[in-house]
Unconditional design. Structure first.
Length: 452
């Protein structure tokens, strides 16, 4: 190897990893050792955007690397993270951070509320940064499509924050399905009963008339980001924004990337052909335009694909529970999880990567052994992303996978606005073909000063 070839720094490796340029150097990283040479195994320079709450968990999970900068609009919410990484430079506006430290940052972790995922991610990807983004990937279908396209164009390594995708359970689930352990899958029943008071904010509507002083530690205008200006109210921050549709995506947006992930992977579900929502009787879509119902039942129908039969997926949340059937006997039905039915049995599992998955009924389970391991196991979800950056391979839940998974939740959230109306979905054209009114919800409007 000549001198010109070994002049390959860590930063040039990181930037080229997504294209595979650096793959050959992984085989013998010691070649890059010595004075002035940095091996590609050296630490990445990572910045965090939104580093309180779940964002704190995300940035803490990559603390094996160099955390060089942190951006958050709420100093109080981010205080623990600031203390944990005292050497990281602090910012309120992530745009200023990326402008000033562009050449010092390799990768970005985004843990902001849903409505600011896309603006943060696209800003980072446009600069060639690898990105880890909490779920759901975006706030609208249009944002998802643009983020997927940008990741491909800039050849960066991406990962959606559905941590269960890196579990051993989800791999076992997929391998069982592929081995035919329950035969042809026909129906998937999913449910989430978590935080019912959080996702339905209808009782809090009178509080919109209250007047509150913005805390001195919060930059409210930056928290709003691309959303329309509105008065500050503590019922939005720091947690309850999830139940307000201008900022969150309700229960289905918050949980579908965890609960439906196993079936999406194992069955290669792709896009649904139709979506139909039923909602709690107290929900009025004309009156509650910014709110999510107390309970939903949303039915997705997926056409046959390859050797797979058509599949019906039913999502339930709030007080709606997965019904009991003779096929599962008296086993405890998960409040948050799924039952996947085939023509020769069923698999029941919890949230976050098919946690605790098992075959039903017991007689069928006794006939089935553990499946052959076809999918490589990984240490954890963040490790998978970091390792993907270093080696140039895709991460397990990269945007090309996590984008369509997120879209299911976003389509369900749109269907909720038109209860009982079956929506026919043309994924390639990104439009509903039988109900044009719903098409207006596929894109997120931005206020002046904010763009992708």
């Amino acid at each position: 190897m000549n001198q010109q070839n070994i002049q390959f720094t860590r930063r040039s490796f990181v930037r080229s990893a997504a294209t595979g340029v650096g793959a050959a150097y992984i085989v013998a990283p010691h070649v890059l050792g010595g004075p002035g040479k940095t091996a590609p195994s050296d630490k990445l320079q990572i910045a965090g955007i939104g580093v309180g709450g779940q964002g704190a968990s995300c940035i803490n999970a990559v603390e094996s690397e160099n955390i060089v900068a942190l951006a958050d609009v709420d100093d109080q919410r981010a205080a623990a993270t600031y203390k944990r990484f005292p050497n990281a430079k602090r910012y309120h506006d992530f745009r200023s951070m990326l402008d000033e430290l562009d050449k010092q940052i390799d990768a970005v972790v985004v843990g902001t509320p849903d409505h600011t995922h896309a603006v943060a991610v696209m800003n980072a990807i446009g600069r060639g940064k690898h990105v880890y983004c909490e779920k759901p990937l975006a706030h609208s279908v249009d944002e998802v499509r643009q983020m997927m396209d940008a990741a491909r164009q800039h050849k960066v390594i991406t990962q959606l924050g559905n941590q269960g995708h890196s579990s051993n359970y989800i791999r076992r689930f997929c391998e069982w399905i592929w081995d035919g352990a329950i035969g042809k899958v026909t129906e998937i029943h999913t449910a989430c009963d978590a935080f019912s008071d959080l996702y339905c904010q209808i009782d809090r509507i009178p509080r919109l008339q209250e007047t509150h002083t913005i805390p001195p530690t919060l930059d409210w205008d930056l928290w709003l980001g691309p959303s329309a200006v509105r008065p500050y109210n503590p019922m939005y921050v720091p947690f309850s924004w999830r139940g307000w549709m201008p900022f969150g995506t309700g229960c289905i947006g918050d949980w579908i990337c965890h609960i439906v992930d196993p079936s999406m992977w194992a069955l290669d579900l792709g896009a649904p052909a139709t979506i139909r929502a039923e909602v709690d009787g107290n929900y009025n879509p004309e009156k509650h335009t910014e709110l999510y119902p107390a309970a939903t039942k949303i039915t997705f129908e997926f056409p046959a694909k390859g050797d797979r039969s058509p599949v019906k997926l039913i999502w339930r949340d709030g007080s709606n529970k997965i019904p009991r059937t003779d096929a599962i006997g008296d086993v405890e039905i998960p409040g948050t999880g799924a039952i996947v039915y085939g023509d020769q049995g069923a698999i029941i599992h919890g949230s976050h990567g098919a946690g605790g998955c098992r075959i039903l009924p017991d007689a069928r389970a006794k006939e089935i052994q553990l499946p052959e391991q076809r999918i490589p196991r990984v240490k954890n979800h963040h490790w998978d992303w970091l390792e993907a950056i270093r080696t140039g391979r895709p991460a397990g839940s990269n945007f090309d996978y996590g984008g369509p998974l997120t879209e299911l939740g976003l389509l369900g959230a749109i269907a909720v606005r038109f209860p009982t109306q079956k929506l026919e979905w043309d994924s390639d054209a990104m439009r509903f073909t039988n109900f044009s009114e719903a098409n207006g919800l596929l894109k997120t409007p931005y206020r002046d000063g904010w763009t992708l």
